[in-house]
Design a protein around this ligand. Structure first.
Ligand code: ZN
Length: 413
């Protein structure tokens, strides 16, 4: 499907050194340094198009935008693919609740999401792929898994047998009991009769009355969620047969660690006989007034509402980068006010003919980004730089710092 508009990236002087990027890998619970190479592959799990785009979504897509920007700034090529789950139970349930046509709901929310990503200055993916348009790929993937015995039927539905991957559960570091509990909370059906293992995941749901279905060699139905991402990633990221992993980064919010990313990894292992991601990278949850921001709690803060209220999207983006991406974080109005002050201050100072030296702070920004996207230290340094400039220091290049803020942090002033 159509992505959102391209974003121009400003240049940076070749005198800056770009260390290899290290990120937190959830599957090893340690930092992994990406090897130096020409091309990186990143798959980020996108929205289910209802309730878009709350600040939890915004924080996640900013996180992976920072990875994207760093690698591009370092002169690398990034193959970046993101999906939109434009058919799934939660979408149908919301459409039914609100008496809307599910396709109209999905269309309007995807449009809103594109606008929100544009406001936040997020670089678009190479491919933004919907679940519906990827059904032929999903069917093909299920057929391949079926031929290996990793898929079995219950009634007319099809399930992925998680034990066909001997490493199942190893990426999430959870016990079987924990996995069963979480699976039940996150769209799984551990209690369904006929399953070989309670954790087995639905890959094809036979058409139900009053629900949409698509004809295929598997019968009329629709895809399960986990196999959708796996099939899209493997087809659109063009894994390199010479690499040890299919993709470099599998990204998403930390609520996708299990079951979604564990399932994707296990299914990809069956499909390609090699490990899926070099790093499973997760953005922390954003809370509001003491609770995790979630659809079920109804405490969502929407980006578009904040923008409608007159808040600067660059200040919202900045406030979300005050924390380290991996940390869970409570959204605070005070942080948005502080970020608004900082952005306004930077705009004023960077329009001065003389500013404090900039080369050192730009190299600091690069080094901090390479160190697991350490944005908090960058903002501390930027505030210090503002103070030094206000005190009359000279010798820097305002243009050079403006361009680096845009290139590395996505802050367009
Ligand atoms: Zn996904």
């Amino acid at each position: 499907m159509r992505s959102w508009p391209k974003v121009a990236l400003p240049p940076i002087a070749s005198t800056f050194a770009f260390p290899s990027l290290s990120v937190m890998n959830s599957s090893t619970r340690a930092l992994v340094t990406l090897p130096e190479k020409k091309t990186y592959r990143m798959y980020v799990c996108g929205i289910t198009p209802y309730d878009a785009t709350h600040l939890g979504h915004a924080a996640t897509y900013i996180t992976f935008d920072l990875v994207h920007r760093y690698l591009l700034a370092a002169g690398k090529e990034v193959l970046f693919v993101e999906n939109v789950t434009d058919i799934d139970d939660p979408l149908l349930e919301r459409a039914k609740r609100d008496h809307l046509d599910w396709e109209d709901l999905a269309y309007s929310q995807i449009e809103l999401f594109r606008g929100d990503m544009t406001d936040l200055h997020v670089l678009p993916p190479k491919d933004l792929i919907g679940a519906v348009e990827s059904i032929p790929l999903v069917v093909q993937a299920i057929e391949t898994m079926k031929s290996t015995g990793a898929v079995y039927p219950i009634d007319n539905d099809l399930y992925f047998s998680v034990r066909s991957d001997p490493d199942f559960g190893s990426r999430a570091h959870l016990s079987d009991e924990e996995m069963a509990r979480i699976s039940g909370q996150r769209g799984g059906d551990p209690d369904r009769a006929g399953k070989r293992d309670p954790l087995d995941a639905l890959v094809w749901l036979a058409k139900r009355p009053d629900e949409p279905g698509w004809s295929s060699s598997l019968g009329e139905g629709r895809p399960g969620w986990h196999i959708e991402c796996c099939a899209i990633a493997m087809n659109y990221l063009q894994p390199d047969p010479d690499e040890d992993f299919l993709v470099d980064i599998q990204g998403g919010g930390s609520d996708l660690l299990f079951p979604h990313h564990e399932m994707g990894a296990a299914q990809a292992r069956i499909l390609a006989s090699k490990p899926y991601a070099r790093a499973y990278m997760h953005s922390g949850m954003i809370g509001w007034r003491g609770e995790k921001m979630s659809k079920s709690l109804g405490n969502l803060v929407f980006l578009s509402k904040l923008v409608d209220q007159g808040h600067d999207p660059m200040a919202i983006r900045t406030a979300l980068m005050y924390r380290n991406y991996a940390d869970d974080h409570m959204w605070r109005v005070e942080d948005l006010e502080d970020a608004t002050t900082l952005i306004n201050n930077l705009r004023l100072l960077l329009s001065r003919p003389e500013v404090a030296p900039t080369h050192e702070i730009i190299q600091l920004m690069i080094n901090a980004m390479a160190n697991n996207l350490d944005t908090p230290s960058i903002f501390r340094a930027l505030k210090d730089w503002c103070n030094v400039t206000e005190s009359g220091a000279e010798g820097g290049s305002a243009g050079e710092l403006s361009r680096a803020l845009d290139l590395l942090l996505g802050i367009a002033l």
